[in-house]
Design a protein around this ligand. Structure first.
Ligand code: ATP
Length: 320
């Protein structure tokens, strides 16, 4: 894996103003859980998200045609290794786009080049029409392009609520944390009511509000993924980049995660998902980009990817 797999949780040197014009997160109380057992991963909605046919953006009422993310000619080497070689693609607004490929294909490096964790040797990244190439990760997050971060080891000893307040650089919550340190949660509620409402709204949306006082280190793999996504959503992003959001997640939580992603997509969020699980991407994304040996091998709909001889022969070994 690349160097960027390091987490940056806990790097809290930049104090950001709290934004109160957050995109509303529509919660679904019917699917909310009341069980406070940290290891309990039940309660997923009946819909089998992993098998659902993706709605089109038009079905979801999302304006189509705009491409918030535009990647052009990205290249990155590590010594003699060309990890990413002339990679170009764009991501359409309000869609789920999957980025797949075998080990070493360059997915993580591409992800890290887009999110500012790595600098490209060549090429540009544009977001909402603005060039973001070479910007710091928190500057990119501030522009509305959020990514998830693994929960750092030191944050495992903090509660879910504290984790929500101690957000990565540039994320809403950082200033909350500074104010929460010396005082109780009730006092924070008085001082930062609106901001806390947003935190609880997001926790509620992801159905982990009942785990607010649980230590992050006690969460299951899937619950951690929900928390990671909840933290990313606090930035009020337009687009989320998810790096293997389903790794280590049991099938029940996987369905729930997928439901949340589809729900957010239907609210207008755009997703780029780096993932090893090809079936999951094929069944849930409108568009799939296949990388191989640092290059884009194929870019198309799941049906086009499945029918692509070059994907089958060069990458999938005929097992599509
Ligand atoms: N920091 C680094 N130093 C040296 N080589 C690196 C570094 N990061 C990535 N590479 C190399 O770049 C190539 C692409 O790696 P990358 O992690 O982007 O692939 P990937 O598609 O994400 O693979 P995986 O699915 O295994 O995570 C690989 O050959 C990898 O060994």
């Amino acid at each position: 894996m690349s160097e960027s797999d390091d987490t940056t949780d806990g790097s809290t040197s930049t104090e950001e103003p709290i934004e109160n014009d957050s995109k509303p997160v529509e919660t679904d109380s019917e699917t909310a859980e009341g069980d406070s057992t940290a290891a309990d991963e039940d309660g997923s909605p009946d819909t089998t998200a992993s098998e659902r046919t993706p709605d089109t953006p038009e079905d979801a009422g999302v304006p189509t045609g705009s491409t918030p993310l535009e990647v052009e000619g990205l290249r990155r080497t590590f010594g003699g290794i060309v990890a990413v070689d002339d990679v170009s693609f764009d991501v359409e607004a309000g869609t789920l786009t999957g980025l797949i490929g075998p080990n070493g294909a360059g997915k993580s490096t591409t992800f890290n080049l887009i999110t500012g964790m790595l600098e490209p040797d060549a090429g540009t990244v544009r977001f909402n029409g603005e060039e973001i190439t070479g910007l710091q990760p928190h500057e990119i997050a501030n522009q509305g392009l959020a990514r998830t971060f693994q929960i750092a080891r030191e944050l495992e000893e903090m509660t879910v609520l504290e984790n929500m307040m101690l957000a990565p650089k540039g994320q809403v919550g950082e200033s909350l944390w500074r104010s929460v340190m010396p005082i109780t949660r009730d006092e924070v509620r008085e001082q930062e009511t609106e901001q806390l409402e947003r935190v609880w709204e997001v926790l509620d949306f992801f159905e982990i509000d009942h785990l607010a006082d649980e230590y992050a280190g006690n969460l299951s793999g899937g619950q951690r993924k929900l928390l990671e996504m909840a933290r990313a959503l606090l930035t009020d992003p337009d687009m989320l980049l998810l790096d293997e959001p389903f790794a280590g997640v049991n099938p029940s939580l996987e369905k729930r995660l997928l439901e949340h992603i589809h729900e957010l997509r239907e609210q207008g969020y755009t997703f780029l998902i780096v993932e090893h699980d090809m079936d999951l991407i094929m069944n849930n994304c409108e568009r799939v980009i296949v990388m191989h040996q640092g290059r884009v091998l194929k870019d198309g709909t799941p049906a086009e990817i499945k029918e692509s001889e070059e994907v089958i022969e060069a990458y999938l070994g005929g097992e599509v």
